[in-house]
Ligand binder design. Structure first.
Ligand SMILES: *Cc1c(COP(=O)(O)O)cnc(C)c1O
Length: 376
């Protein structure tokens, strides 16, 4: 089976893990956690990184630190992986699901501005949803497939409407906007190191921020809010959300490979775009203005989505549609969905992702292209 985006364990992973095992430093204390955090902070040009058990827990804590409370609203795109929205629900808040741009598949900023102007009210430095008077605390862009919306414009909107920004940068490690890495535009940003992400620790995540106090609080909350090194004294309800040292060791090794992974992903993206352009009604994701995309997961649009999915999977080439839009999920049906023409539905019906692991061979990509072309 040719996988969509398989882990590529090609560097010092074994060596570093063995060091953890040999020394007995396997759990949540150990030098690799700190090393991993330092490397992540450096790479993303943020002052601080706090490693977490996965990307979802990173988002949960980031939202709490952004001040999100029960019955607040958090604005998020309707096309995303469910983890983004689950994290909002964990805090007791509800999402305002916003439809996405048909070209970039990111949160539609024209629509966001329209929503903010028509549906909200500003008072005493806070934003309220007019219909029920509840606070809209936060906006959470998701850099879907490593692509970006116009971050300057989003930042301006967030400031103007008193919204705290938390970035779901789970898919965008290695993506830049005007030369600045993702994760650092909001008050806090979150990464994921799940098995299919560009860098993996098996499972893992991180919160990045430039704010020292928030970094300290993130550490505190993710380690059961323990506030005494000796006695078991805890000053609030905390979480067991820290990354363990063995996994951080894998992460340090993976980060050494990240520049080569990004080069590979870009090469794969260029290859498919060139070979598939002009085939039937195939169209590609438009990269946002000023964005330098990591090309994490190659995805394109076609009206023959179902046929292409069938041909590829029948031939042991893994292919998948994008996520079912959030507003269509059973548990989110009663949440607010702001849209003009439900482009999310269209994107779900037309988009599919195809094999683009960093170690894919040219002949394998050629075989994928040949199968796709056979459909038209
Ligand atoms: C992968 C992912 C997450 C969650 O990360 P986990 O590490 O799997 O918990 C969150 N948001 C998006 C957009 C993702 O792709």
């Amino acid at each position: 089976m040719l996988l969509l985006s398989a882990p590529n364990i090609a560097g010092n992973e074994w060596k570093y893990v063995q060091e953890c095992l040999d020394t007995g430093w396997v759990s949540s204390v150990g030098s690799y956690v700190t090393r991993f955090e330092n490397v992540l902070a450096d790479f993303s040009s943020c002052k601080y990184a706090v490693a977490t058990s996965n990307g979802t827990t990173a988002l949960h804590i980031a939202l709490l630190l952004a001040g999100v409370k029960e019955r607040d609203y958090v604005i998020a795109p309707n096309v995303t992986f469910v983890a983004s929205i689950n994290a909002i629900k964990y805090t007791g808040a509800d999402p305002v699901l916003l439809d996405v741009d048909a070209q970039t598949w990111q949160m539609d900023l024209d629509l966001l501005e329209e929503f903010l102007e028509k549906e909200t009210d500003r008072r005493n430095g806070e934003l309220f949803y007019i219909k029920d008077g509840r606070t809209i605390r936060c906006v959470m862009p998701v850099h879907v497939l490593g692509n970006l919306c116009d971050m300057d414009r989003l930042k301006e909107l967030a400031q103007r409407f008193h919204l705290v920004m938390v970035e779901d940068a789970a898919e965008s490690l290695g993506t830049y906007y005007k030369g600045r890495h993702t994760g650092g535009f909001g008050l806090l940003g979150c990464f994921s190191f799940n098995g299919n992400k560009i860098v993996t620790t098996g499972g893992g995540g991180a919160i990045v921020t430039d704010n020292e106090e928030l970094k300290q609080k993130a550490r505190h909350l993710t380690t059961q809010a323990k506030c005494d090194p000796f006695e078991y004294i805890h000053d609030e309800v905390g979480y067991n959300y820290r990354l363990v040292n063995v996994l951080a060791a894998i992460g340090v090794a993976q980060m050494e490979l990240l520049p080569s992974f990004i080069r590979q992903k870009k090469r794969i993206d260029a290859f498919y775009r060139k070979e598939l352009s002009g085939t039937g009604d195939i169209r590609f994701q438009q990269i946002g203005r000023h964005a330098d995309c990591n090309c994490w997961l190659f995805t394109f649009m076609t009206s023959k989505q179902k046929e292409v999915l069938r041909v590829l999977n029948d031939n042991h080439m893994q292919a998948r549609p994008l996520w079912v839009p959030m507003n269509q999920l059973k548990m989110l049906r009663d949440d607010i969905y702001y849209t003009r023409d439900d482009r999310s539905r269209f994107i779900h019906q037309y988009c599919l992702s195809i094999p683009c692991s960093t170690n894919i061979k040219d002949v394998e990509m050629e075989a994928v292209v040949e199968k796709i072309k056979s459909v038209y």
